[in-house]
Design a protein around this ligand. Structure first.
Ligand code: NDP
Ligand code: MG
Length: 387
């Protein structure tokens, strides 16, 4: 068949389930080859029954029997564990791997997928934050395209269509500003997990929702943009746009700026990453100017939201600094979600971790693995000494 055969890593999450929505409406074009989950065995089984993949992986090994027994009557292979996650992407029946795992866990499976020549639809931005140079170099060597799923990067990618030979002067990444836009540090000292989890425009997984509230998400996206589009940090500008309609912009050398617009609906960038270079007719709700008489833009407040500054700084430093930033952030966000630390302490922990963990200028993959491990230990120690 000429259907595109897709592996979805993180099928049970926000991006994963929306990817399956897109595929469900286009079963003449796509076929699900692999589905993976971490803990949500029930949903994984339900998805497997509906989409009949070749195999599924449950990353949490203690849930293996449960998934195997539930799928026993069907012709679907069941694997478990982190290693299996990195192995299934090598299957030669896969055309494209959509990476929708959270955080560092996406790195090794994505590298394995690229090494075996699979096209990538990348939602897991942390992969490029941790090891952007290594991953994009490998992709070039293997002739693999990395199609962005992140809405801002999809916007830029769409603006670049037909312009790939034209140099970019500047990329303008839009940010919603999150639920705490306009607030001061005094206010942020006491905000709760529940307040931080209420995003004004997007319904996403917990980690990225906290990252959006702290502006770390935009910092990670700056790093992601650098590697995806091969530009320098000083060519990337962040602008706050609370309505989340203009998804990002590209300025070319003649001064012309192109933007991509639409309602905040992740199915649009997900579908474009799956269908590129084609567009598929959809029934997603349409944007209407009547409902948005005011599209506004303002400067980000990097004094209050220090994560954005920390991300720019670590990108400038290069080497393993963004890897340290990412690992410290993952530990800090998890601690905030357990209500062990306050909102502002997340930035403090990241800044201190960046000072404490040894800098490596030209890290190998092994160096990244070790930096990630070590940073987690350092950040956890810092949290322990606080609580
Ligand atoms: P979710 O938390 O909703 O989903 C994450 C998925 O990955 C789930 O299927 C989860 O399994 C699985 N998973 C989590 N941790 C691990 C692990 N350690 N090993 C294996 N599998 C794991 O996240 P999102 O869908 O919101 O985000 C996914 C990625 O996409 C992130 O990198 C995020 O930054 C990016 N992104 C998300 C956007 C959004 O709108 N949600 C927008 C732009 C980017 P289970 O649920 O079974 O435990
Ligand atoms: Mg985004």
């Amino acid at each position: 068949s000429d259907k595109k055969r897709v592996a979805i890593l993180g099928a049970t999450g926000s991006i994963g389930t929306q990817t399956l929505d897109v595929i469900k409406s286009n079963l003449d074009k796509f076929e699900v080859e692999v589905l993976t989950a971490q803990n949500n065995a029930d949903l994984l089984v339900q998805q497997a029954i509906e989409f009949q993949p070749n195999c599924v992986v449950i990353a949490n090994e203690s849930l293996y029997e449960k998934v195997r027994d539930a799928l026993a009557p069907l012709d679907i292979k069941v694997y478990a564990g982190e290693k299996a996650l990195a192995q299934v992407v090598e299957m030669d029946t896969i055309d494209l791997v959509l990476t929708a795992l959270v955080g560092y866990s996406g790195l090794i499976p994505t590298i394995k997928a690229i090494e075996s020549g699979k096209q990538i639809a990348l939602a897991n931005k942390e992969t490029l934050v941790v090891a952007g140079e290594l991953v994009t170099k490998l992709a070039r060597q293997k002739g693999v395209n990395i199609y962005p799923v992140d809405s801002e990067h999809s916007a830029i990618f769409q603006c670049l269509a037909g312009e790939f030979h034209n140099p970019i002067e500047k990329i303008i990444l839009t940010a919603s500003g999150g639920p705490f836009r306009g607030k001061d540090r005094k206010f942020l000292e006491t905000v709760t997990k529940a307040q931080a989890l209420k995003h004004p425009n997007w319904d996403m997984g917990a980690k990225i929702t906290i990252d959006s509230a702290s502006l770390m998400n935009k910092g990670l996206e700056v790093i992601e943009a650098k590697w995806l589009f091969g530009i320098n940090a000083d060519q990337i500008e962040v602008i706050v746009h609370p309505q989340s309609i203009v998804h990002s912009l590209v300025q070319f050398e003649d001064g012309s700026i192109k933007a991509q617009l639409g309602l905040p609906d992740m199915r649009i960038p997900i579908q474009f990453a799956l269908s590129f270079p084609e567009r598929i007719k959809s029934d997603f709700p349409r944007f209407d100017f009547v409902q948005y008489p005011n599209l506004t833009f303002e400067q980000p407040d990097m004094e209050t939201f220090q994560n954005l500054r920390l991300a720019f700084d670590s990108l400038e430093r290069g080497g393993n600094a963004p890897c340290i930033l990412n690992a410290a952030n993952e530990i800090a966000v998890a601690a905030f979600l357990r209500e062990e630390i306050g909102f502002l302490e997340m930035s403090d922990l990241i800044a201190t971790s960046l000072e404490k963990v040894d800098f490596v200028k030209q890290p190998s993959l092994q160096d990244f693995v070790e930096t990630d491990k070590l940073t987690r230990i350092v950040t956890k120690e810092l949290i322990k000494s606080k609580i």
